[in-house]
Design a protein around this ligand. Structure first.
Ligand code: BTN
Length: 336
């Protein structure tokens, strides 16, 4: 598994990583350790603040990351992975700034069949969500993870993969005591307070050939007011893991837990598909029994959500009978 980006890291990223242990470090110590001037450290700290990283500064003590903010580090993630997951990961990179982790992996050569390539970013300048929307993620306060995988042949029900990924991510959060995560079809991670995360699966495939899939996962860990407002502008009310649990777990621990389940899922998916996951998805179904509206192919349908079928299609009970949707945008009537 390759773990380090050979490019020298930008100074703000090095300062961010150095402050990761949560204790105060003076500008002088940082400058000496990173072999730069104190002015360069001051500038890097300002740059971190400008992009929204929450830092504490105290006279005579120096700087530290605000409680709950931690740096992503491939070595730390790797040390938390079981051997069978590690053996399946061909590359694991953390980028400081990137347009979109999904785009990066879609434009790269796919990993070998049966192996994963994973990219994380502290910041995305063009993070992408479903249906052409943007994805907002504050540096240090979110997880932006993409995993590339190659299936030698097109698996049956590939469109259901995103539902199975939703179950894997929700289970990973459960394992860390961040329970009560529900799934809003097709694959939003939601709580009673709002949207906690989302999944964007993209692919490249030639007919009859291998399929290069990129699974993109965004999780809100610690959103400040400006990040919440930016999410609200994209039409979603955001929730974050801090609100869910009171304290924020280390993002590296969350990533390792997600990777372990996701890699196992990708290995098994061609053989097992969604069928083994349907009950688990249904237990987390945030829409079951609720009055919803589905917008699909320019048409609006109103009805009551009745779960999913074996292929992951949404079932909606309408006055004309049960209708089935394989894609669409769902909204819930506020009073249902
Ligand atoms: C959604 O709209 O709910 C899906 C959001 C997916 C966001 C993630 S963040 C990592 C990956 N890179 C992207 O540009 N998008 C996905």
């Amino acid at each position: 598994m390759s773990r380090a980006d050979p490019q020298p890291l930008p100074l703000p990223q090095r300062v961010f990583q150095r402050l990761d242990d949560g204790s105060f470090l003076s500008g002088e110590t940082l400058a000496a350790e990173l072999s730069v001037t104190r002015a360069a450290i001051w500038k890097a700290v300002e740059q971190l603040r400008d992009i929204g990283v929450r830092l504490d500064a105290q006279t005579h003590k120096g700087y530290r990351l605000a409680p709950g903010v931690s740096a992503l580090a491939p070595a730390k993630i790797s040390s938390l992975l079981p051997a069978e997951t590690k053996a399946r990961i061909e590359a694991l990179l953390v980028e400081w700034e990137i347009e979109s982790t999904n785009t990066r992996l879609l434009e790269a050569l796919p990993p070998r069949a049966g192996f994963a390539a994973a990219v994380l970013a502290e910041q995305q300048t063009g993070g992408r969500g479903r249906r052409g929307r943007g994805w907002v993620a504050p540096p240090g306060g979110a997880i932006c993870l993409s995993v590339a995988w190659q299936f030698p042949d097109m698996p049956a029900d590939l469109s259901a993969l995103s539902l199975a990924v939703g179950v894997a991510v929700a289970d990973a959060l459960d394992e860390l005591g961040l329970g009560d995560v529900r799934l809003k079809w097709p694959n939003d991670l939601v709580t009673a307070r709002g949207k906690l995360g989302g999944i964007l699966i993209e692919m490249r495939a030639e007919s009859g050939g291998p399929v290069h899939v990129v699974v993109g996962i965004g999780i809100n860990v610690l959103l400040d007011e400006s990040a919440r407002a930016a999410v609200a502008a994209t039409g979603n009310q955001a929730d974050d893991l801090r609100a869910q649990r009171g304290a924020v777990p280390d993002r590296n621990v969350i990533v390792a837990s997600v990777l372990r389940r996701l890699v196992a899922l990708l290995v098994d998916f061609p053989r097992k598909g969604l069928i083994t996951q349907i009950d688990r998805w249904s237990r987390r179904d945030a829409l079951e029994g609720r009055e919803i509206r589905v917008e699909s192919s320019g048409e609006l349908t109103r009805g009551v959500a009745r779960g999913i079928d074996a292929h992951g299609a949404l079932l909606v009970e309408t006055p004309d009978g049960v209708q089935r949707f394989i894609s669409g945008e769902v909204s819930v009537r506020a009073d249902s």
